[in-house]
Design a protein around this ligand. Structure first.
Ligand SMILES: [Zn+2]
Length: 276
């Protein structure tokens, strides 16, 4: 036996083909940061490899091919080269540009919050097709025109559910008893409390039955059904506010996109959102 075949046959030897240094991915642009005078640094969520950071050199020049393909929310196929700190975008083919989402301030901040929550909820380099498809659905639904609060409420509910952090509403999270007619919600306890437990431990909000129905509809039937359920705006707002607070509490993270929504509120922007 030759030395090579002996090596390959030995129990401890493992032959691995080297990882390709260039590859195509399908991705959605979650965040864009201008870098220097010409470049952009992107956070992208890829179907194949999860969340990645990539640099798109020269993409701030509007005359380059990469300029339009590296804008926020763009859904595209990207040809990436492995770099030392970031992957490098060398080619891109746009699948959906979602231009409307960047022109309408209400849609933009809503989708930016969806992207930011996903970005801050998942580790780098872990693919999750369910999350990829749900984010893509959210962008498509927003792009077709929909109640921003209902979509944000539904997306947040489904994100929390998929990651295993959805608050409980069926019974008291503290003692297990039926909650009864009034749902006292406790962010700290992760769900609703019965009246007795709410009196002892405190609560953050009283949830309406319609709010609970909207969350359950999002989880059971999907984003489209929840976003088009005809829920009253105040109910959608109740859910999106509550779940955003819950997300921030759980992940111990702040949302830049939420601050923009608050500023729009302060300065009389179109978004009818309470400051939270
Ligand atoms: Zn209880």
């Amino acid at each position: 036996m030759s030395r090579l075949s002996s090596y390959l046959d030995s129990g401890t030897a493992h032959y691995r083909s080297p990882a390709p240094r260039t590859y195509w991915v399908e991705a959605i642009v979650l965040r864009v940061i201008p870098y220097g005078e010409k470049d952009r640094i992107l956070a992208i969520y890829t179907r194949q490899k999860g969340k990645l950071n990539a640099i798109a050199k020269g993409s701030r020049n509007p005359l380059t091919r990469l300029a339009s393909a590296t804008q926020l929310f763009t859904h595209a196929r990207y040809f990436l080269a492995q770099g030392r700190n970031f992957e490098v975008v060398t080619q891109a083919r746009i699948i959906e540009s979602f231009e409307r989402l960047r022109r309408d301030v209400n849609l933009m901040v809503t989708c930016a919050q969806c992207c930011e929550m996903l970005m801050k909820s998942v580790p780098d380099g872990e693919p999750d097709e369910w999350l990829f498809d749900d984010l893509l659905s959210a962008l498509r639904i927003a792009n077709s025109g929909v109640s921003c609060e209902a979509l944000l409420a539904a997306f947040t509910a489904r994100l929390l559910m998929h990651l295993g952090y959805m608050p409980q509403f069926e019974c008291c999270v503290r003692c297990g008893k039926a909650v009864g007619g009034t749902s006292h919600f406790s962010t700290e306890h992760g769900g609703t409390l019965c009246r007795a437990c709410a009196d002892v431990f405190g609560y953050d909000a009283i949830l309406s039955n319609d709010a609970i129905k909207l969350m359950l509809r999002a989880i059971r039937y999907g984003l489209y059904e929840a976003a088009h359920s005809g829920a009253l705006e105040k109910v959608s707002l109740e859910v999106s506010s509550l779940l955003t607070r819950f997300w921030q509490h759980h992940f111990q993270a702040q949302l830049q996109s939420l601050r923009v929504r608050e500023q729009l509120c302060t300065h009389g922007g179109e978004i009818k959102v309470i400051c939270r």
